[in-house]
Each structure stands twice: as structure tokens, then as C-alpha cells.
Design a protein around this ligand. Structure first.
Ligand SMILES: NC(=O)c1ccc[n+]([C@@H]2O[C@H](COP(=O)([O-])OP(=O)(O)OC[C@H]3O[C@@H](n4cnc5c(N)ncnc54)[C@H](OP(=O)(O)O)[C@@H]3O)[C@@H](O)[C@H]2O)c1
Length: 219
């Protein structure tokens, strides 16, 4: 399979890239920071202007993509009035619009996609006063992906919502529970297992304390 991982330069996206590559896929990862691993990297900044056009231009140059993994995201904390308009727009671009336009551009070009894997968060279903736009983005991409599973051109959709993981996501943030967070390698293994079965749509929560997987819906 040709697998494209948006947000695959670090953390969970990079672990998934390694797993899919070990399984024989041709893998391309995107992000802003070049990676040292032996995985094909293409720079793509989700926070720059003209996102829809740039995504389309990027996709047109790619070989056909069979599996799209959308793992891009970053931590943002603040009540809605604490966030600047630019911060709100950036979270919507990186967390939401990016997925919408990658799916749109891929389907416009190829007319089919074998698999979509969307990484959300517990913030998909847990409202948090200090994460309103992250809540918006994660809930939105989850339901968008669910709707895309109804589009006959997309064969299979997995929405995976992990709890806290020990990744670069928390860089520069003062958290005293990092050691209790999930190992992103373990989370990647759970996602590979969840994706290995036959279905049209699946939503699973990947939780901690204890580390476990709860499959909420499969159809
Ligand atoms: N870590 C957690 O506790 C946790 C918990 C629940 C859900 N999640 C979700 O899990 C997913 C993976 O996160 P992670 O923990 O693996 O974090 P991570 O290591 O920080 O990885 C985030 C990825 O997103 C990319 N990215 C972020 N902003 C971008 C931008 N403006 N343009 C292009 N790429 C951008 C990063 O690439 P560059 O830095 O190279 O741009 C990186 O590849 C995210 O969707 C996150 O919301 C994380």
C-alpha cells in the first residue's frame, strides 16, 4: 500500500509510519521538521495561508495514495477568550481543515481511497474548559471521518482517540504525569491491530490507567 501520514515526523504518526513501513508499505510522512529516519519525508506546513490550494497542489504531485493517516495536532490551552484569532484559526487549520482538504483532493484526483485513519483524542468526547477549539477540531474530524465512511469511494475508516501519550506534543509544557501517559509505540500497535480487521467504519478509544482499547462502534 502507499501510505501518506500527515503529521508523521514525530510521536504517534512517526511510530505508525515505522509500523506500516515494516509491514511493506511505501510510506510518505509530512510535517514541518525533516526527519532522520529512513522514511520518505515531504515538508507540508498546515499553518500557512492558502491551505486548500496548497494541499491540492501537494496531492497532485503525489503517487496514488491507498491509505491516509491524519495524525497532525498540537497542544493548545486557554479559555476561548484567552486565545487570539490567529491561534483559533491555526488550530482549526491543523486539527480540522487539513483533513477535509486532503480527503477532498485525494478523492478528486483518484476517485477512491482504500483507508482513512483519523487520530483524535479523549478531547473528541470530553469537553474541557481550556481546550474549546481543540475539542471543536477533534469532535469535528471524528464526525467528518464517520461521514466519509458513508462515501462509497472510501473503503474503510478508523477513528482512533488516544488518551495522553509521552510525545513531543507536551514539549515545553509542565506536566507531572508524563510517566503515566501511554507509550506511543504501544498506541501505534493497537491502531495497527484495530485497522487489521474488516469493517467499513470503526471508532475506538485508546485509554490509560489501565492502558486499554475500547471499541465503541464497528459497522
Ligand atoms: N500526546 C498526547 O498526549 C495526545 C493525546 C491525545 C491525542 N493526541 C493526538 O495525537 C496526534 C499525534 O500527536 P503526538 O502526540 O504524536 O504529537 P507530536 O509528536 O507533537 O506530533 C504531531 C505531528 O503533527 C505535526 N504538526 C503539528 N503542527 C503542524 C503544522 N502546523 N503543520 C504541519 N504539521 C504539523 C508535527 O509535525 P512538525 O512538528 O514536523 O510540523 C508532528 O508530525 C495529534 O493529532 C494529537 O492531537 C495526542
Amino acid at each position: 500500500m502507499n501510505t501518506l501520514i500527515i503529521g508523521g515526523t514525530t510521536g504517534l504518526g512517526l511510530k505508525l509510519a515505522k509500523r506500516f513501513k515494516e509491514g511493506g508499505d511505501n510510506v510518505i510522512v509530512t510535517g514541518r521538521k525533516e526527519i532522520k529516519e529512513d522514511i520518505e519525508f515531504k515538508a507540508f506546513d498546515l499553518s500557512s495561508p492558502e491551505l486548500a490550494r496548497r494541499i491540492n497542489d501537494f496531492v497532485v504531485e503525489l503517487p496514488d495514495v491507498d491509505r491516509l493517516v491524519y495524525a497532525a495536532g498540537y497542544f493548545q490551552e486557554g479559555r476561548i477568550t484567552d486565545l487570539s484569532d490567529a491561534e483559533i484559526e491555526e488550530m482549526i487549520d491543523v486539527g480540522g481543515r487539513g483533513l477535509i482538504y486532503f480527503v477532498k483532493s485525494l478523492l478528486s484526483k483518484q476517485d477512491k481511497l482504500d483507508e482513512l485513519i483519523t487520530i483524535t483524542s479523549t478531547s473528541q468526547w470530553t469537553p474541557r474548559q481550556k481546550e474549546p477549539v481543540y475539542n471543536f477540531a477533534k469532535a469535528g474530524v471524528a464526525h467528518f471521518s464517520n461521514a466519509i465512511a458513508e462515501d462509497g469511494r472510501v473503503a474503510k475508516v478508523l477513528v482512533a482517540g488516544p488518551a495522553g501519550m509521552r510525545t513531543e506534543f507536551w514539549e515545553g509544557i509542565d506536566r507531572d504525569d508524563l510517566n503515566e501517559m501511554l507509550d506511543p509505540s504501544w498506541v501505534a500497535d493497537q491502531i495497527i491491530d484495530l485497522a487489521s480487521e474488516d469493517y467499513k467504519y470503526r471508532f475506538a478509544r485508546i485509554l490509560r490507567q489501565p492502558a486499554r482499547v475500547e471499541i465503541i462502534e464497528t459497522r
